[in-house]
Design a protein around this ligand. Structure first.
Ligand code: FE2
Length: 228
């Protein structure tokens, strides 16, 4: 928390406060769930670990964020590839206090459920470059809102260092951008506000994905094999 001011979206920090997260107490999923429900109608749903995509999307469509309930070891504090309670609660839940963000999450889940399974690669990329690694423009400069940044000191330092490529958010470009899950990200996409995320749902995803497939992936900005 001491590291985050000036690096993360003010809405995120507000959310930490609204949820009553603090260093003295391990949060209980049922408490977070109740607070979210009262604030935005969202919720947190405890699951043991990673769940199948259909179940994941189904929960999101119901405005319930799946929260893995195992906890990483101290030596993995900086980053683990598989999401744990810290990443889920500290990374994801604060922004679920923002109504426009919740609308995006729910609409994303609904669209993903309706989509052909062969198109899921593309929708994973959208999730990755927004919910996990999104950046936002504020009056005070660029800030992080993605859970993978706010829950990782190394990623947050990198994202704000000026070394990473910042691109204005564009749905077609995001659908064409491969990523790796095991490195700090070489590029991030910047939104102007959470209303922009909710507004993305007005797009015909199938049409944009067809265009992305026809144009092919953009060249990777990393060495090695893409994860998605
Ligand atoms: Fe996550």
């Amino acid at each position: 928390m001491a590291f985050l001011p000036g690096k993360v979206a003010p809405d995120y920090l507000d959310g930490v406060e609204k949820l009553g997260l603090n260093a003295a107490k391990t949060p209980q999923v049922r408490d977070i769930d109740a607070r979210l429900h009262a604030l935005t109608g969202a919720g947190a749903h405890g699951v043991p670990a990673i769940i199948p995509p259909s179940q994941f999307f189904d929960l999101l469509a119901q405005r319930k964020f799946p929260v893995a309930t195992f906890l990483r070891r101290r030596e993995h504090m900086d980053y683990i590839e598989e999401p744990d309670l810290f990443h889920e609660v500290f990374g994801h839940c604060p922004l679920l206090t923002n109504a426009a963000y919740v609308d995006f999450i729910a609409g994303f889940g609904q669209k993903a459920l309706a989509m052909d399974k062969a198109d899921r690669w593309f929708i994973f990329r959208l999730f990755w470059f927004t919910v996990e690694f999104g950046m936002i423009r504020t009056d005070d400069g660029l800030r992080a809102y993605g859970a993978g940044i706010v829950s990782s000191p190394a990623e947050a330092a990198h994202a704000l260092s000026g070394d990473a490529l910042m691109q204005d958010f564009d749905l077609l470009t995001v659908f064409r951008t491969p990523y790796r899950i095991d490195i700090v990200q070489p590029t991030y996409f910047v939104i102007d506000g959470f209303d922009q995320l909710a507004g993305l749902l007005d797009n015909d995803f199938a049409a944009v994905i067809a265009q992305a497939r026809a144009m092919g992936d953009l060249p990777a900005l990393f060495e090695g094999k893409k994860s998605v």
